[in-house]
Write a protein that binds this ligand. Structure first.
Ligand code: C5P
Length: 266
């Protein structure tokens, strides 16, 4: 999104961000995706994996378009250190949908980040066990991430048969890798290697919610891109491979256009 473009030119409201057998990748988009993390898998092997995925998990949900007549409120909670001392907890908990990302603990941080989580975004490296009411929103960055998801829910022996895995199977939702490309190309104009998990989540929430409130994004007041749950070790911590500053500019523009409400933290 550059400064000349309006929201409606960028936001594709007909696009379904979730993967399903109907809403699957074309070979061209698959090729783009394999470059993100330099994976050498064929399109055929990807398709076989997707078949296994949907033998195990529900198809991506059909989404209804955001509408001003209805009000599903969402809190998108990033992991910025600017949440520390914010006292946003009760405000975050007040939303219908509360989306957290990667490690994002609540225990011990309730005053600033709240207690409820309806959706938790993860990829293999950032995964943890969720409770029975929380959707696992899985972000695949390569085919082997999808294999990992299937493996993580497959009992290895009799004793594991009744075990509960990362989350309830019925509550697993999988991001369509084509959505990553859409956000990188259309929103970020290909800046950086690819979008951060948090920025993808924010744009995803524009598709899922009628009102989006954003917390925990950007640097803290000293300019560090740290996490609220970690002691800052590296005072020159910036945003790595992701175009954090460009993402932040877009967040500010969305706020100016009143498409989101951005809570800047403390
Ligand atoms: O670091 P991690 O990716 O787990 O954090 C989740 C998301 O929160 C990031 O992808 C980023 O979009 C956002 N974040 C941020 N500023 C920080 C830390 C995280 O905007 N200081």
């Amino acid at each position: 999104m550059d400064h000349k473009e309006g929201f409606s030119e960028i936001f594709n409201k007909t696009l379904n961000p979730f993967l399903s057998t109907k809403n699957n990748l074309s070979e061209g988009v698959f090729k783009w995706w394999t470059h993100l993390q330099y994976e050498r898998r064929s399109f055929g092997s990807y398709k076989e994996t997707v078949e296994k995925v949907f033998q195990m998990f529900p198809q991506g949900p059909e989404l209804t378009e955001p509408s001003p007549d209805r009000c599903r409120t969402c809190a998108v909670v990033g992991n910025s250190g600017n949440l520390n001392g914010s006292h946003y907890g009760p405000l975050i908990d007040y939303h219908d949908i509360i989306i957290r990302i990667n490690k994002a603990p609540t225990k011990g941080y309730e005053r600033d980040v709240g207690t409820r989580t309806t959706h938790h975004v993860m990829y293999p490296v950032s995964s943890s066990n969720l409770d029975n009411n929380t959707h696992l929103v899985f972000f695949p960055f390569k085919t082997s991430d999808l294999d990992w998801l299937v493996r993580s829910f497959t009992p290895r022996n009799q004793t594991e048969k009744n075990q509960r895995f990362l989350a309830k199977k019925d509550l697993v939702m999988i991001l369509n890798p084509g959505f990553i490309r859409y956000v990188h190309h259309v929103w970020l104009k290909k800046k950086g290697m690819y979008p951060s998990t948090g920025f993808l989540t924010l744009i995803l929430s524009l598709h899922m919610c009628d009102k989006v409130d954003v917390f925990g994004f950007g640097a803290d007041r000293f300019g560090n891109w740290n996490h609220y749950f970690e002691k800052l070790k590296n005072k020159r911590l910036r945003t790595g491979n992701h175009p954090g500053n460009d993402e932040f500019k877009i967040i500010k523009r969305l706020q100016l256009q009143r498409k989101i409400h951005f809570y800047r933290g403390w």
